[in-house]
Design a binder for this molecule. Structure first.
Ligand SMILES: NC(=O)c1ccc[n+]([C@@H]2O[C@H](COP(=O)([O-])OP(=O)(O)OC[C@H]3O[C@@H](n4cnc5c(N)ncnc54)[C@H](O)[C@@H]3O)[C@@H](O)[C@H]2O)c1
Length: 335
């Protein structure tokens, strides 16, 4: 059993804590927040010790792994410092998305984990659902043939008017990660950004991608939609068929080109336990624990979080400079 702690006791820190408390592979032992009342409230809820200083927690508690669920600018600026401290203390570290809001710092986080010989994972929870795994198996089995196009939509409502890039950095690690999960590494990016007359930040985007395998992708993103009727849709077309994965985990359909029969997986209300978006966190955190326990490299690694962020940063450069941007310009050639 792994001894774990959570740093950052907001809504998402409490979600991580809840998952650790329920997972048979983990024992939640501590939580930390610079806001005393937040740390105290989480500690009381889960019956663990509260800390208000990460250094003190790392010195006082025997933990194997830590979740960094801080936020900050673009929902990612505050991840860097506590993540490096956890890694330097030899702790496996699961950081919320985006890995950071700064590409150079994100690179440093990934490099530091490698130097310290510990794992860094990112909470790219949208890919940790059985339907996405099934769709990826279809690709691996050749049921789509050669993968040609990926059409992705992720749109929710979020009225935060902070940094101009808040929508891109805070939200689209998820969508880019799901696209990369199905289509592999991205080679080139070009982007258009816009907003409605009532907004100032770039709350709408179309980001075009060319993948290393030659597949083309398009991401339509928005912070100006209503989530009532679903937030996410991913469609992948190949030479033998296409699939549509609707709303992260609700419905998956495979349309073979040579048959009228459609394969469909639906979310059953008869499944065990209450089913909700929380399941994405449960699955992601359980996989993290399982892989740490087995000493395996982790899925949804820091490197994958970094590569998702690089696509977003490339989109920002593309928008500024009105050109397509190579990922290698930002990350160097793939090792
Ligand atoms: N994976 C998902 O589906 C999903 C969904 C929503 C949000 N998120 C991510 O979760 C993260 C947290 O979101 P939130 O809404 O809970 O944020 P929040 O701002 O409510 O909570 C963050 C907490 O971290 C604390 N904190 C900041 N720096 C700290 C430090 N150095 N040491 C200790 N505590 C520190 C803050 O005081 C705050 O209480 C963000 O990165 C966000 O992008 C992920």
């Amino acid at each position: 059993m792994l001894r774990v702690a959570v740093v950052g006791c907001g809504g998402i820190g409490n979600t991580h804590a809840r998952q650790y408390a329920q997972d048979p592979l983990a024992k939640l032992v501590a939580c930390c927040d610079i806001l005393r009342e937040r740390a105290d409230s989480t500690a009381a809820r889960f019956g663990v010790r509260a800390y208000y200083d990460l250094g003190e927690m790392l010195r006082s508690e025997e933990v194997d792994a830590v979740s960094v669920t801080t936020a900050g600018a673009d929902n990612g600026a505050d991840h860097y410092e506590p993540t490096l401290r956890c890694l330097d203390a030899g702790k496996h570290t699961l950081v919320e998305k985006p890995i950071c809001n700064d590409l150079a710092k994100a690179k440093e986080m990934v490099a530091r984990a490698a130097q310290r010989g510990v794992q860094i994972g990112v909470d790219l929870n949208h890919r940790f659902v059985p339907m996405a795994e099934r769709a990826r198996t279809w690709i691996a089995e050749g049921r789509l043939g050669e993968v040609l196009l990926c059409n992705m939509e992720l749109w929710i409502g979020n009225g935060n008017e902070s940094s101009p890039w808040f929508h891109l950095r805070a939200l689209h690690s998820h969508s880019v990660d799901v696209m990369r999960y199905f289509c592999g590494d991205v080679r080139r990016v070009s982007a258009f950004l816009a907003h409605s007359s009532r907004r100032a930040i770039w709350s709408n985007c179309v980001i075009n991608m060319e993948f290393e395998n030659g597949c083309l992708g398009g991401l339509f993103g928005s912070y100006e939609a209503a989530p009532r009727h679903g937030i996410e849709r991913c469609e992948v077309l190949g030479t033998r068929g296409r699939f549509v994965l609707d709303n992260v985990m609700e419905d998956l359909q495979l349309y073979p080109h040579d048959s009228d029969e459609i394969v469909r997986h639906r979310w059953s209300m008869m499944g065990p336990g209450p089913r909700s978006f929380e399941e994405t966190f449960r699955n992601r955190i359980h996989r993290w624990l399982e892989q740490l326990d087995r000493g395996e490299p982790v899925d949804g690694s820091g490197e994958e979080g970094l590569r998702a962020l690089a696509v977003i940063e490339a989109a920002i450069v593309s928008f500024h400079e009105r050109r397509a941007v190579e990922i290698a310009e930002l990350l160097g050639p793939r090792a």
